[in-house]
Design a protein around this ligand. Sequence first.
Ligand SMILES: *Cc1c(COP(=O)(O)O)cnc(C)c1O
Length: 426
Amino acid sequence: MSKSQELFERAVKRIPGGVNSPVRAYGAIGETPRFIEKADGCHIYDVDGNEYVDYIDSWGPMILGHNFAPVRESVVQAAQNGLSFGCATEIEVEMAEFICEHIPHVEMVRMVNSGTEAVMSAIRAARGYTGKSKIIKFAGCYHGHTDAMLVSAGSGVMTSGVPDSAGVPAGCTQDTMTAVYNDLDSVKTLMEQCPDQVAAVIVEPVAANMGVVLPAEGFLSGLRSLCDQYGALLIFDEVITGFRLAFGGAAEYFDVTPDLVTYGKIIGAGMPVGAYGGKKEIMQMIAPVGKVYQAGTLSGNPIAMAAGLTQLKYLYAHPEVYKNLEEKGEYLYGKMTALLEKYGKNYQLNHVSSLASVFFTSEPVVDYTSAKTADVHAFAEYFKYMLSKGIHLAPSQFEAMFLSNAHDQAAMDETLQAMESYLMSC
Ligand SMILES: *Cc1c(COP(=O)(O)O)cnc(C)c1O
């Protein structure tokens, strides 16, 4: 029995499903999760000594590659002074200044400990600021596991949310309305049904949690106009896209300005960090200055700030990283698309910069309904084959591939070779 198998058998006895986050469970694939010992650059190593080219990248934070030396060293150094004080520190000021100086639509920012917390807090701020209750989200967009956001399904437009999860009372989601991604009319309809009640529209500016789905031309700017027209705030959930598509995230990449933005993943460089920020007028609603309460014992933790700020400073000082990621994406995902064509597979490959998904469907994937047409069994076969060839993909049809700056030509070519031999045999 492999050591991963042994660990998994121990884990399921004491941890629900054997994992501390469901996406790690390989449940959709019918495999045992690989237990990881270490990672470096674009490679990850399991406890059985297998090496893989990694496209999970901790779900995004490792944009500079695993075990990036400046980040690691900043953590080691910061740890010498103690792990947490529960008091204000200089590095929190530096982090806030750095973000606000380089991202024009963030005038003030508050640190939290996860993307979930960032979204939960941004929504509370939006409701506090506007004095309205309703939130519009999009089917297939993930915004963390806070009660009000655990509504995604429902074909078409729903006026009142039905929770996706047990344990979420209907009352917690009654103000969550679901629109269709890339469909401005579905948003307009909801706005008109509830005049003067919509506090905010929240969107993943590139959807990356139903697989990667790109915003159609005019979708994001259309949301901006609708929000202005109906007096709602526009929240970009940039937990994946922030500091990834560009330093200023999707807002910069697509040149659309949100009122509030949420960050996670890259901002902590692997430490548990999230943040939300935006217009000063809105952020001034937050306690202790305003009436919207939000707090956190470990928020702005000095070790986490050291890691995150080191990574952000590196990214800002090396704008070529973004050019590299575009080029790597063009190369790898372009060649993958060509391979699908070469072997007559009418599958969809959606990609922007370093993010991509192959959907095992012949339908163009533009929203949740079309994403759901993908054949998850076909994906599972592909996934298992790739894993056996040393390519570590996210174990679900509905997740993204993450390229990092550490993915080199050799790793990408190894990936292409594995994919080609799969397509030849399937
Ligand atoms: C990962 C993710 C979240 C939740 O972040 P956690 O740190 O897992 O709580 C929220 N929004 C988006 C877009 C995400 O990808």
